[in-house]
Design a binder for this molecule. Structure first.
Ligand code: SAM
Ligand code: SF4
Ligand code: SF4
Length: 372
Protein backbone atom coordinates (compact mmCIF):
# COMPACT_ATOMS: atom_id res chain seq x y z
CA UNK A 1 0.00 0.00 0.00
CA UNK A 2 1.32 3.47 -0.85
CA UNK A 3 2.07 5.84 2.00
CA UNK A 4 0.08 9.06 2.21
CA UNK A 5 1.25 12.44 3.38
CA UNK A 6 -1.54 13.77 5.56
CA UNK A 7 -1.81 17.56 5.94
CA UNK A 8 -1.04 18.58 9.50
CA UNK A 9 -1.42 22.36 9.34
CA UNK A 10 -4.20 24.32 7.71
CA UNK A 11 -2.47 26.63 5.23
CA UNK A 12 -5.81 28.30 4.51
CA UNK A 13 -6.05 30.26 7.74
CA UNK A 14 -2.65 31.97 7.82
CA UNK A 15 -2.97 35.79 7.82
CA UNK A 16 -1.45 37.12 4.62
CA UNK A 17 -3.03 40.32 3.34
CA UNK A 18 -0.73 42.16 0.95
CA UNK A 19 0.41 45.64 1.91
CA UNK A 20 -1.24 48.61 0.23
CA UNK A 21 1.65 50.57 -1.32
CA UNK A 22 2.21 54.13 -0.13
CA UNK A 23 1.99 55.48 -3.65
CA UNK A 24 -0.97 54.21 -5.62
CA UNK A 25 -0.89 53.61 -9.37
CA UNK A 26 -3.23 53.30 -12.33
CA UNK A 27 -3.23 49.96 -14.16
CA UNK A 28 -1.70 50.09 -17.63
CA UNK A 29 -2.53 46.58 -18.83
CA UNK A 30 1.23 45.95 -19.03
CA UNK A 31 2.28 44.38 -15.78
CA UNK A 32 5.40 42.19 -15.82
CA UNK A 33 6.84 40.01 -13.05
CA UNK A 34 10.51 39.79 -12.03
CA UNK A 35 11.13 37.35 -14.91
CA UNK A 36 9.39 39.65 -17.46
CA UNK A 37 6.28 37.49 -17.65
CA UNK A 38 3.07 39.48 -18.19
CA UNK A 39 -0.17 38.83 -16.32
CA UNK A 40 -2.55 37.36 -18.90
CA UNK A 41 -4.58 34.52 -17.34
CA UNK A 42 -6.64 34.23 -14.19
CA UNK A 43 -7.92 30.95 -12.79
CA UNK A 44 -10.69 31.36 -10.29
CA UNK A 45 -11.61 28.56 -7.89
CA UNK A 46 -15.29 28.95 -7.06
CA UNK A 47 -15.54 26.10 -4.57
CA UNK A 48 -13.17 23.80 -2.68
CA UNK A 49 -15.79 21.01 -2.71
CA UNK A 50 -16.08 18.21 -5.20
CA UNK A 51 -18.37 15.24 -5.80
CA UNK A 52 -15.37 13.16 -6.99
CA UNK A 53 -12.44 11.89 -4.97
CA UNK A 54 -9.85 11.51 -7.70
CA UNK A 55 -6.94 9.59 -6.26
CA UNK A 56 -4.38 12.13 -7.54
CA UNK A 57 -6.26 15.19 -6.28
CA UNK A 58 -8.67 14.64 -3.36
CA UNK A 59 -7.89 11.17 -2.01
CA UNK A 60 -10.65 9.81 0.21
CA UNK A 61 -8.26 9.12 3.06
CA UNK A 62 -7.72 12.88 3.44
CA UNK A 63 -10.90 14.42 2.05
CA UNK A 64 -13.23 12.31 4.16
CA UNK A 65 -16.40 13.13 6.10
CA UNK A 66 -14.36 14.89 8.77
CA UNK A 67 -12.53 17.17 6.34
CA UNK A 68 -13.35 20.81 7.08
CA UNK A 69 -14.30 22.43 3.80
CA UNK A 70 -14.65 26.20 3.83
CA UNK A 71 -17.91 27.61 5.20
CA UNK A 72 -20.00 29.58 2.73
CA UNK A 73 -19.17 32.89 4.41
CA UNK A 74 -15.48 32.33 3.66
CA UNK A 75 -16.07 32.08 -0.07
CA UNK A 76 -15.85 35.14 -2.25
CA UNK A 77 -19.31 36.19 -3.40
CA UNK A 78 -19.96 36.54 -7.13
CA UNK A 79 -19.79 40.33 -6.68
CA UNK A 80 -16.41 40.05 -4.95
CA UNK A 81 -15.07 37.68 -7.61
CA UNK A 82 -16.21 40.01 -10.38
CA UNK A 83 -14.66 43.01 -8.69
CA UNK A 84 -11.30 41.27 -8.28
CA UNK A 85 -11.49 39.95 -11.85
CA UNK A 86 -12.10 43.46 -13.19
CA UNK A 87 -8.90 44.67 -11.46
CA UNK A 88 -6.94 41.82 -13.04
CA UNK A 89 -8.41 42.56 -16.45
CA UNK A 90 -7.25 46.16 -16.10
CA UNK A 91 -3.74 44.75 -15.46
CA UNK A 92 -3.80 42.73 -18.69
CA UNK A 93 -5.72 39.51 -18.03
CA UNK A 94 -7.47 38.35 -21.20
CA UNK A 95 -8.49 34.84 -20.25
CA UNK A 96 -10.44 33.67 -17.21
CA UNK A 97 -10.97 30.04 -16.32
CA UNK A 98 -13.44 28.98 -13.63
CA UNK A 99 -12.37 25.92 -11.72
CA UNK A 100 -12.37 24.33 -8.26
CA UNK A 101 -13.07 21.79 -6.67
CA UNK A 102 -15.92 21.07 -9.00
CA UNK A 103 -17.09 24.49 -10.25
CA UNK A 104 -20.53 23.26 -11.29
CA UNK A 105 -21.30 22.52 -7.65
CA UNK A 106 -21.37 26.27 -6.98
CA UNK A 107 -25.02 27.30 -7.07
CA UNK A 108 -26.11 29.54 -9.96
CA UNK A 109 -22.65 29.59 -11.48
CA UNK A 110 -24.16 30.86 -14.71
CA UNK A 111 -24.90 34.14 -12.90
CA UNK A 112 -21.18 34.57 -12.27
CA UNK A 113 -20.44 33.75 -15.90
CA UNK A 114 -22.85 36.50 -16.98
CA UNK A 115 -21.20 39.00 -14.62
CA UNK A 116 -17.71 38.15 -15.89
CA UNK A 117 -18.92 38.26 -19.49
CA UNK A 118 -19.68 41.96 -19.04
CA UNK A 119 -15.97 42.73 -18.39
CA UNK A 120 -13.90 44.02 -21.31
CA UNK A 121 -10.14 44.37 -21.82
CA UNK A 122 -8.78 47.95 -21.66
CA UNK A 123 -8.98 48.12 -25.47
CA UNK A 124 -12.59 46.95 -25.48
CA UNK A 125 -12.21 43.26 -26.38
CA UNK A 126 -14.26 40.41 -24.93
CA UNK A 127 -12.56 38.06 -22.49
CA UNK A 128 -11.94 34.42 -23.25
CA UNK A 129 -14.13 32.78 -20.62
CA UNK A 130 -13.73 29.06 -19.97
CA UNK A 131 -14.40 26.43 -17.33
CA UNK A 132 -12.80 23.15 -16.26
CA UNK A 133 -15.17 20.49 -14.98
CA UNK A 134 -15.31 16.81 -14.19
CA UNK A 135 -18.35 16.70 -16.47
CA UNK A 136 -20.73 15.12 -13.96
CA UNK A 137 -23.21 18.02 -14.04
CA UNK A 138 -22.42 19.28 -17.51
CA UNK A 139 -25.34 17.71 -19.36
CA UNK A 140 -27.65 19.65 -17.05
CA UNK A 141 -25.72 22.92 -17.11
CA UNK A 142 -24.18 23.32 -20.58
CA UNK A 143 -26.94 25.36 -22.21
CA UNK A 144 -27.35 27.76 -19.28
CA UNK A 145 -23.58 28.34 -19.20
CA UNK A 146 -23.51 29.02 -22.93
CA UNK A 147 -26.49 31.38 -22.68
CA UNK A 148 -24.70 33.27 -19.90
CA UNK A 149 -21.69 33.82 -22.14
CA UNK A 150 -19.22 31.00 -21.45
CA UNK A 151 -16.99 30.38 -24.49
CA UNK A 152 -15.65 26.87 -23.96
CA UNK A 153 -15.27 24.00 -21.51
CA UNK A 154 -12.51 21.57 -20.65
CA UNK A 155 -13.68 18.24 -19.28
CA UNK A 156 -11.51 15.92 -17.23
CA UNK A 157 -11.78 12.24 -18.12
CA UNK A 158 -9.10 9.77 -17.12
CA UNK A 159 -10.27 6.53 -18.74
CA UNK A 160 -12.83 5.01 -21.08
CA UNK A 161 -12.90 1.74 -19.23
CA UNK A 162 -15.62 2.09 -16.63
CA UNK A 163 -13.87 0.07 -13.94
CA UNK A 164 -10.65 2.10 -14.28
CA UNK A 165 -12.53 5.40 -14.29
CA UNK A 166 -14.55 4.45 -11.23
CA UNK A 167 -11.32 3.56 -9.44
CA UNK A 168 -9.80 6.92 -10.38
CA UNK A 169 -12.76 9.08 -9.33
CA UNK A 170 -13.32 6.79 -6.32
CA UNK A 171 -17.04 7.61 -6.08
CA UNK A 172 -18.25 5.05 -8.61
CA UNK A 173 -19.08 7.61 -11.29
CA UNK A 174 -19.54 6.17 -14.78
CA UNK A 175 -17.77 7.12 -18.01
CA UNK A 176 -21.02 7.32 -19.98
CA UNK A 177 -22.33 10.18 -17.84
CA UNK A 178 -19.20 12.22 -18.56
CA UNK A 179 -19.46 11.41 -22.28
CA UNK A 180 -23.07 12.68 -22.22
CA UNK A 181 -21.82 15.89 -20.63
CA UNK A 182 -19.25 16.29 -23.42
CA UNK A 183 -21.97 15.78 -26.07
CA UNK A 184 -24.19 18.34 -24.34
CA UNK A 185 -21.31 20.84 -24.37
CA UNK A 186 -20.86 20.35 -28.12
CA UNK A 187 -24.59 20.73 -28.73
CA UNK A 188 -24.72 23.93 -26.67
CA UNK A 189 -21.85 25.42 -28.71
CA UNK A 190 -19.21 25.28 -25.96
CA UNK A 191 -16.59 23.98 -28.38
CA UNK A 192 -13.91 23.22 -29.15
CA UNK A 193 -14.32 20.98 -26.12
CA UNK A 194 -11.03 19.80 -24.66
CA UNK A 195 -10.69 16.63 -22.62
CA UNK A 196 -7.90 16.38 -20.05
CA UNK A 197 -6.58 12.98 -19.06
CA UNK A 198 -4.17 12.83 -16.13
CA UNK A 199 -1.97 9.80 -16.64
CA UNK A 200 -0.92 8.04 -13.47
CA UNK A 201 1.44 5.13 -14.05
CA UNK A 202 0.06 1.77 -12.94
CA UNK A 203 -3.43 3.25 -12.61
CA UNK A 204 -4.71 4.35 -16.03
CA UNK A 205 -1.77 4.35 -18.45
CA UNK A 206 -3.26 1.35 -20.27
CA UNK A 207 -6.08 3.75 -21.24
CA UNK A 208 -3.80 6.08 -23.26
CA UNK A 209 -4.35 4.36 -26.61
CA UNK A 210 -8.10 3.63 -26.14
CA UNK A 211 -8.67 7.29 -25.21
CA UNK A 212 -6.67 8.47 -28.24
CA UNK A 213 -8.58 6.10 -30.52
CA UNK A 214 -11.96 7.18 -29.12
CA UNK A 215 -11.43 10.91 -29.67
CA UNK A 216 -9.42 10.63 -32.92
CA UNK A 217 -11.32 12.27 -35.76
CA UNK A 218 -13.89 13.82 -33.39
CA UNK A 219 -14.31 17.53 -32.65
CA UNK A 220 -13.03 16.93 -29.08
CA UNK A 221 -9.35 17.70 -28.46
CA UNK A 222 -7.74 15.20 -26.10
CA UNK A 223 -4.83 16.33 -23.92
CA UNK A 224 -2.64 14.15 -21.78
CA UNK A 225 -1.39 15.63 -18.51
CA UNK A 226 1.59 14.38 -16.58
CA UNK A 227 0.69 13.49 -13.02
CA UNK A 228 1.96 16.36 -10.86
CA UNK A 229 3.12 16.73 -7.28
CA UNK A 230 0.40 19.26 -6.44
CA UNK A 231 -0.68 19.66 -2.84
CA UNK A 232 0.42 17.49 0.03
CA UNK A 233 -2.05 14.64 0.07
CA UNK A 234 -1.72 12.58 -3.10
CA UNK A 235 1.49 10.82 -2.09
CA UNK A 236 3.13 11.71 -5.43
CA UNK A 237 6.11 9.70 -6.61
CA UNK A 238 8.22 10.41 -9.68
CA UNK A 239 8.02 6.80 -10.82
CA UNK A 240 4.25 7.15 -11.23
CA UNK A 241 4.74 9.92 -13.81
CA UNK A 242 4.45 8.74 -17.40
CA UNK A 243 6.45 11.29 -19.43
CA UNK A 244 4.63 12.82 -22.41
CA UNK A 245 7.36 11.45 -24.68
CA UNK A 246 6.27 7.97 -23.63
CA UNK A 247 2.60 8.81 -24.27
CA UNK A 248 3.52 10.01 -27.78
CA UNK A 249 5.53 6.84 -28.35
CA UNK A 250 2.70 4.54 -27.30
CA UNK A 251 0.11 6.30 -29.48
CA UNK A 252 2.50 6.55 -32.44
CA UNK A 253 3.06 2.80 -32.41
CA UNK A 254 -0.53 2.30 -33.54
CA UNK A 255 -1.54 5.74 -34.88
CA UNK A 256 1.55 7.71 -36.02
CA UNK A 257 1.83 11.28 -34.73
CA UNK A 258 3.73 14.33 -36.04
CA UNK A 259 4.60 17.48 -34.05
CA UNK A 260 2.70 20.70 -34.85
CA UNK A 261 3.91 24.28 -34.25
CA UNK A 262 2.28 25.94 -31.23
CA UNK A 263 -0.70 28.28 -31.83
CA UNK A 264 0.94 30.95 -29.73
CA UNK A 265 3.97 31.37 -27.50
CA UNK A 266 3.24 30.14 -24.00
CA UNK A 267 0.78 27.44 -25.07
CA UNK A 268 0.92 24.87 -22.27
CA UNK A 269 0.03 21.85 -24.42
CA UNK A 270 2.50 20.70 -27.08
CA UNK A 271 0.46 19.83 -30.16
CA UNK A 272 0.71 16.60 -32.15
CA UNK A 273 -1.32 15.60 -35.21
CA UNK A 274 -2.20 12.20 -36.58
CA UNK A 275 -0.25 11.55 -39.77
CA UNK A 276 -3.43 10.27 -41.44
CA UNK A 277 -5.31 13.56 -40.85
CA UNK A 278 -7.32 12.29 -37.89
CA UNK A 279 -6.94 15.51 -35.89
CA UNK A 280 -4.72 16.49 -32.97
CA UNK A 281 -3.80 15.59 -29.41
CA UNK A 282 -2.04 17.76 -26.82
CA UNK A 283 0.67 16.89 -24.30
CA UNK A 284 0.95 18.88 -21.08
CA UNK A 285 4.40 18.01 -19.75
CA UNK A 286 4.30 19.90 -16.47
CA UNK A 287 6.86 17.58 -14.90
CA UNK A 288 9.30 16.61 -17.66
CA UNK A 289 9.29 19.85 -19.70
CA UNK A 290 8.45 22.74 -17.42
CA UNK A 291 6.98 25.82 -19.03
CA UNK A 292 7.50 28.31 -16.19
CA UNK A 293 9.35 30.75 -18.48
CA UNK A 294 6.05 31.39 -20.27
CA UNK A 295 3.73 31.17 -17.27
CA UNK A 296 1.41 34.19 -17.29
CA UNK A 297 -1.13 32.72 -14.88
CA UNK A 298 -2.46 33.95 -11.56
CA UNK A 299 -4.83 31.98 -9.37
CA UNK A 300 -7.57 33.19 -7.07
CA UNK A 301 -8.44 30.66 -4.39
CA UNK A 302 -11.96 29.91 -3.22
CA UNK A 303 -11.58 32.30 -0.30
CA UNK A 304 -9.95 35.06 -2.28
CA UNK A 305 -6.23 34.49 -1.92
CA UNK A 306 -4.01 35.33 -4.85
CA UNK A 307 -1.47 32.63 -5.71
CA UNK A 308 1.27 33.32 -8.20
CA UNK A 309 2.13 29.64 -8.75
CA UNK A 310 0.29 26.32 -8.56
CA UNK A 311 2.98 25.15 -6.17
CA UNK A 312 3.00 28.18 -3.91
CA UNK A 313 2.97 27.60 -0.18
CA UNK A 314 1.06 30.76 0.68
CA UNK A 315 -1.29 33.22 -0.98
CA UNK A 316 -2.03 36.94 -0.74
CA UNK A 317 -5.33 37.59 0.96
CA UNK A 318 -7.32 39.87 -1.33
CA UNK A 319 -10.56 39.08 0.51
CA UNK A 320 -9.17 40.82 3.58
CA UNK A 321 -8.59 43.94 1.49
CA UNK A 322 -12.05 43.75 -0.11
CA UNK A 323 -13.81 43.29 3.20
CA UNK A 324 -11.76 46.00 4.92
CA UNK A 325 -13.27 48.48 2.49
CA UNK A 326 -10.19 49.34 0.43
CA UNK A 327 -10.71 51.12 -2.87
CA UNK A 328 -10.22 49.53 -6.29
CA UNK A 329 -7.06 51.56 -6.78
CA UNK A 330 -5.61 50.42 -3.48
CA UNK A 331 -6.30 46.75 -4.15
CA UNK A 332 -5.14 47.07 -7.74
CA UNK A 333 -1.86 48.64 -6.59
CA UNK A 334 -1.36 45.85 -4.06
CA UNK A 335 -1.92 43.25 -6.80
CA UNK A 336 0.57 45.03 -9.07
CA UNK A 337 3.16 44.91 -6.31
CA UNK A 338 2.65 41.18 -5.76
CA UNK A 339 2.89 40.38 -9.47
CA UNK A 340 6.03 42.51 -9.98
CA UNK A 341 7.77 40.60 -7.18
CA UNK A 342 6.79 37.21 -8.64
CA UNK A 343 9.72 34.95 -9.37
CA UNK A 344 8.03 31.53 -9.19
CA UNK A 345 9.37 28.75 -11.37
CA UNK A 346 8.75 25.68 -9.30
CA UNK A 347 8.52 23.15 -12.13
CA UNK A 348 11.76 24.29 -13.72
CA UNK A 349 13.53 23.90 -10.39
CA UNK A 350 11.85 20.59 -9.69
CA UNK A 351 12.99 19.18 -13.04
CA UNK A 352 16.55 19.39 -11.73
CA UNK A 353 16.03 17.72 -8.39
CA UNK A 354 12.70 15.92 -8.86
CA UNK A 355 11.43 14.28 -5.71
CA UNK A 356 13.69 16.14 -3.30
CA UNK A 357 11.87 19.36 -4.05
CA UNK A 358 8.44 17.77 -4.46
CA UNK A 359 8.57 16.14 -1.05
CA UNK A 360 10.50 18.81 0.78
CA UNK A 361 9.39 20.42 4.03
CA UNK A 362 7.51 23.31 2.35
CA UNK A 363 3.75 22.79 2.54
CA UNK A 364 2.05 23.21 -0.83
CA UNK A 365 -1.63 24.04 -1.16
CA UNK A 366 -4.15 21.57 -2.52
CA UNK A 367 -5.26 21.80 -6.16
CA UNK A 368 -8.94 21.57 -5.19
CA UNK A 369 -8.52 24.74 -3.11
CA UNK A 370 -6.30 26.79 -5.38
CA UNK A 371 -7.97 25.69 -8.62
CA UNK A 372 -6.32 23.50 -11.25
N1 SAM B 1 -13.02 19.37 -10.83
C1 SAM B 1 -12.66 19.94 -12.07
C2 SAM B 1 -12.00 18.90 -12.95
O1 SAM B 1 -11.60 17.85 -12.46
O2 SAM B 1 -11.88 19.18 -14.15
C3 SAM B 1 -11.80 21.17 -11.99
C4 SAM B 1 -10.73 21.20 -10.95
S1 SAM B 1 -9.41 20.05 -11.17
C5 SAM B 1 -8.38 20.40 -9.78
C6 SAM B 1 -8.57 20.74 -12.57
C7 SAM B 1 -7.66 19.83 -13.33
O3 SAM B 1 -6.57 19.48 -12.52
C8 SAM B 1 -8.28 18.53 -13.79
O4 SAM B 1 -8.11 18.37 -15.18
C9 SAM B 1 -7.51 17.50 -13.03
O5 SAM B 1 -7.42 16.30 -13.74
C10 SAM B 1 -6.18 18.18 -12.83
N2 SAM B 1 -5.40 17.63 -11.73
C11 SAM B 1 -5.77 17.48 -10.43
N3 SAM B 1 -4.77 16.92 -9.71
C12 SAM B 1 -3.73 16.72 -10.58
C13 SAM B 1 -2.41 16.18 -10.44
N4 SAM B 1 -1.96 15.71 -9.29
N5 SAM B 1 -1.63 16.15 -11.55
C14 SAM B 1 -2.07 16.61 -12.74
N6 SAM B 1 -3.30 17.14 -12.92
C15 SAM B 1 -4.12 17.18 -11.86
FE1 SF4 C 1 -12.60 16.82 -8.06
FE2 SF4 C 1 -11.43 17.72 -10.24
FE3 SF4 C 1 -9.96 17.09 -8.10
FE4 SF4 C 1 -11.14 15.14 -9.45
S1 SF4 C 1 -9.55 16.53 -10.23
S2 SF4 C 1 -11.14 15.40 -7.24
S3 SF4 C 1 -12.98 16.11 -10.13
S4 SF4 C 1 -11.41 18.71 -8.23
FE1 SF4 D 1 3.64 28.51 -13.57
FE2 SF4 D 1 4.38 27.71 -11.15
FE3 SF4 D 1 3.53 25.92 -12.96
FE4 SF4 D 1 5.90 27.11 -13.27
S1 SF4 D 1 5.32 25.73 -11.64
S2 SF4 D 1 4.34 26.80 -14.85
S3 SF4 D 1 5.45 29.16 -12.45
S4 SF4 D 1 2.31 27.58 -12.04
Amino acid sequence: MSSRIIPVADYRSLPSAPRIPASLEQPTGLLADSLARPLRDLRISVTDRCNFRCVYCMPKEVFDKDYAFLPHSALLSFEEITRVASLFVAHGVEKIRLTGGEPLLRKNLENLVAMLRALKTPDGRELDLTLTTNGSLLARKAQALKDAGLNRVTVSLDALDDAVFRRMNDVDFSVSDVLHGIEAAHRAGLGPVKVNMVVKGGMNDQEIVPMARHFKGSPTILRFIEYMDVGASNGWKMDEVIPSAEVVRRISEVMPLQPVDPNYSGETAARWRYADGGGEVGMISSVTQAFCHDCTRARLSTEGKLYTCLFATSGHDLRALLRAGHSDQEISSAVAQVWRARGDRYSELRTGSTEGLAQGPRKKVEMSYIGG
